[in-house]
Design a protein around this ligand. Structure first.
Ligand code: TXA
Ligand code: MG
Length: 315
């Protein structure tokens, strides 16, 4: 079916309270009408997501902020104007219109405008903001292709295929407080970029965030095979392991190898990150060994995902 027709059909499903898988620039989302609590409840069921983990609401126009938040703060507007559409999610005080199920009962709501034509059209045609987590089962690898999403959520009939996502990891999430802002989840938009627009210092960077963002758990993004950092386990049998390599050096002896970026380019590494992990997950290996990546710029976001993917296996 032609893409315009697919979007129309998907918008009809959203309006009727159903679920749709759609592309964004970061990862694929599993969307529902954000203002319909029954529709949003279906997301939690399909994802097997605990109800304490709030969702991001996607909009197609900055003006929609006025509908969703209590008061559109000057700082929020500055960042929205600078980075939207784009991979930055802003956590703001919510308006009553946002159902509690979307925010897990918090008085704040996470909002972003995705930089993807299909997503923007879908939101516009649906005539409502769309609540959407990544289109995977809770805690598993995020989908960067329609196929990844389809494999994890086969019950969802409506999938709009927009090809591989261009950013590859989830949006940067920030929250505001009296003295500045806080990065709740690192992404391709870095603290330094944000500081250029808002000359405030980030007070705590994705450190102890659990009290304010209950969903940002320490264990997440789990492949179906155990994942170890290369320096944590020196006695592994390479012939049974798949290597997630940063640039393709020192790869001898592994059963299979996935390279994030031959040119040591961290942006390219982010694009390939989940795709490489999906491939390793599907290969006949016993475990995944990963190299760390340099922890600068978007490397911070990649290392955040890798630590969570390996969390339980560190002990
Ligand atoms: O790039 C993305 O952000 C993708 C695409 C689909 O837009 N979405 C995504 O959603 O990554 P999800 O549900 O996988 O992650 C959303 C995170 C959760 O960990 C949740 O805890 C946090 O956002 N979050 C949502 N609302 C929040 C709030 N009011 N306060 C703090 N954190 C919040
Ligand atoms: Mg997710």
């Amino acid at each position: 079916m032609e893409i315009g027709k697919q979007i129309n059909l998907a918008a009809k499903i959203i309006k009727e309270g159903g679920l749709v898988i759609f592309p964004t620039e970061t990862v694929y989302g599993l969307g529902a009408n954000a203002l319909n609590p029954d529709a949003v409840a279906k997301i939690f069921l399909e994802k097997e997501r605990p109800s304490f983990d709030p969702l991001i609401v996607h909009i197609c126009d900055i003006k929609d902020l006025e509908i969703l938040c209590e008061k559109v703060d000057e700082n929020v507007l500055k960042l929205a104007n600078a980075f939207w559409p784009g991979p930055l999610t802003l956590v703001v005080k919510k308006n009553k219109i946002v159902p509690d199920i979307v925010t897990s009962g918090l008085d704040t709501v996470a909002i972003r405008m995705p930089d993807n034509e299909i997503a923007l059209k879908l939101i516009e045609k649906s005539g409502c903001p769309i609540a959407a987590p990544s289109a995977n089962k809770f805690g598993k690898l995020s989908p960067t292709t329609a196929l990844h999403a389809k494999m994890q959520l086969p019950e969802i009939n409506c999938i709009i295929d927009g090809g591989q996502t261009i950013v590859g990891i989830e949006s940067t999430i920030i929250a505001f407080n009296s003295s500045g802002f806080q990065i709740l989840r690192p992404g391709i938009i870095t603290a330094n970029q944000i500081k250029k627009i808002l000359p405030l210092s980030p007070n705590t960077i994705f450190g102890n965030r659990n009290p304010i963002a209950p969903g940002l758990l320490k264990s997440h993004y789990k492949p179906s095979k155990p994942l170890y950092f290369i320096h944590e386990n020196t006695h592994f049998d390479k012939s049974k392991a798949g290597l997630l390599s940063f640039c393709g050096e020192n790869t001898d002896g592994y059963k299979t190898i996935e390279v994030l970026s031959k040119n040591k380019n961290l942006v390219e590494a982010a694009v390939n990150f989940f795709e490489c992990l999906h491939k390793l997950e599907e290969t006949n290996i016993e475990y995944i060994i990963t190299e760390p990546v340099p922890e600068t710029g978007i490397g911070i976001a990649i290392m955040d995902r890798l630590r969570k993917a390996s969390y339980k296996t560190i002990a």
